[in-house]
Design a protein around this ligand. Structure first.
Ligand code: F6R
Ligand code: MG
Ligand code: MG
Length: 367
């Protein structure tokens, strides 16, 4: 008999940190582990891992209740509330930051925390990589997902594996107009690049294998500042990728981070900077509140159990890209408040810059 479909839910939030916006406190993680441990004992979830990337806490949970399940989202909400209480008690910075509502309302939609979930029949062996970033926005995944699932210079499997040769389907969301469009690759590659090359607005939400319509990747695409209408913090997105046996190999998935690429975020969510791949232990954005970090944790699923993690970027193979990232960061920092280091003016709409610009309005005289 086929195994029941398992759901992998990754729900994340920044509910306070020390010192400043650098790292969630171990006491916050402890209280969250206790809450999720209880839920596991009661059978609500099958397994969990609590990750910490910078000032964000990521709840990685498996269960058999499907995407967008009220009980699972409530569990995450309550766990973040418990961590907020700890943050308040210790007077940590920005306690409760991402919880935009006073109450829970059915699911996380519009409430602040980021969500990436997928439901699928577990394969005979199910390798998964979960990417988690700090100090950047969901557009940070566009280029790596394009490389993993569409670029044969990154993923040789697209050429030589008959199970991958048909290509993949990409669901792209317009985060401003709240609509979506699906592209079938490789045929519609150029059309898709028209959009995803503007990662501040268009984000890849789902990737599906064309040969069997199976889900291959999902990202969190919540935009805190668009939701709140003011600057709260960066979204610090997560992304789940299934690997191997007709999907990109683990090594092809990780290869997408072997060259530096620029993402929006960094200090005050207002700068372009290179994304730095690091192990979980080194995910503390220090310099100029950055550079933006990405952590990759690998798990094998086993009847819903999370076997792992394997902390992939804790490897010398990523030392070279780290050096290049730091070099690039130095170069961009030299530009200080000038574009293109600082984000373009329209992208700063939901930062504190417009408040300052307003002061200058009365100073202008007609030419
Ligand atoms: C980035 C981020 C930080 C803050 C910066 C100023 O997402 O949250 O870079 O914007 O540290 O923070 P405040 O205004 O709280 O002093
Ligand atoms: Mg923060
Ligand atoms: Mg953060």
């Amino acid at each position: 008999m086929a195994e029941k479909e398992v759901t992998l839910s990754v729900i994340k939030a920044d509910v306070g940190s020390f010192v400043g916006h650098v790292q969630a406190h171990p006491d916050m993680l402890a209280v969250i582990r206790k809450e999720l441990g209880k839920a596991k004992d009661e059978g609500l979830i099958t397994d969990f891992y609590v990750a910490n990337v910078g000032d964000d806490i990521e709840l990685i949970m498996t269960h058999y209740r499907g995407d967008n399940n009220e009980q699972i989202h409530k569990l995450a909400w309550d766990a973040f509330l418990a961590a907020t209480a700890v943050a308040q008690e210790l007077k940590l910075y920005a306690a409760g930051q991402d919880l935009l509502s006073d109450s829970f309302a059915g699911n996380m939609k519009g409430l602040g925390p980021g969500v990436a979930e997928m439901t699928f029949a577990e394969r005979p062996s199910e390798p998964i990589v979960i990417f988690m970033a700090d100090k950047t926005d969901p557009g940070a995944w566009n280029l790596p997902l394009y490389k993993m699932f569409a670029d044969p210079f990154n993923t040789i499997g697209l050429i030589i594996d008959p199970k991958m040769h048909d290509g993949f389907k990409f669901e792209v969301h317009d985060l401003v107009k709240h609509c979506k469009v699906t592209f079938t690759l490789p045929e519609e590659l150029y059309d898709m690049l028209v959009l995803i090359g503007s990662p501040g607005r268009y984000c890849i939400k789902h990737v599906y294998a064309r040969r069997n319509q199976e889900i291959a990747a999902v990202t969190s695409t919540q935009r805190l500042n668009l939701m709140a209408g003011r600057y709260i913090g960066k979204d610090d997105p997560v992304c789940i990728v299934r690997c191997q046996s007709g999907l990109p190999a683990v090594g092809e998935v990780l290869e997408a981070f072997a060259q530096p690429h620029l993402v929006a975020g960094w200090m005050r969510g207002s700068h372009w900077g290179p994304l730095l791949p690091v192990p979980e232990q080194e995910s503390r954005p220090t310099r100029f509140d950055g550079p933006a970090r990405v952590v990759a944790l690998g798990f094998q699923l086993c009847h819903g159990r999370l076997i792992g993690p394997q902390d992939f970027f804790a490897d010398v193979a990523f030392d070279r890209v780290r050096e290049q990232v730091l070099e690039l960061a130095d170069q961009l920092r030299r530009l200080g408040p000038f574009e293109p280091h600082r984000l373009a003016q329209d992208q700063l709409e939901y930062t504190t810059l417009p408040l300052v610009a307003k002061k200058l309005e009365g100073r202008f005289e007609a030419l």
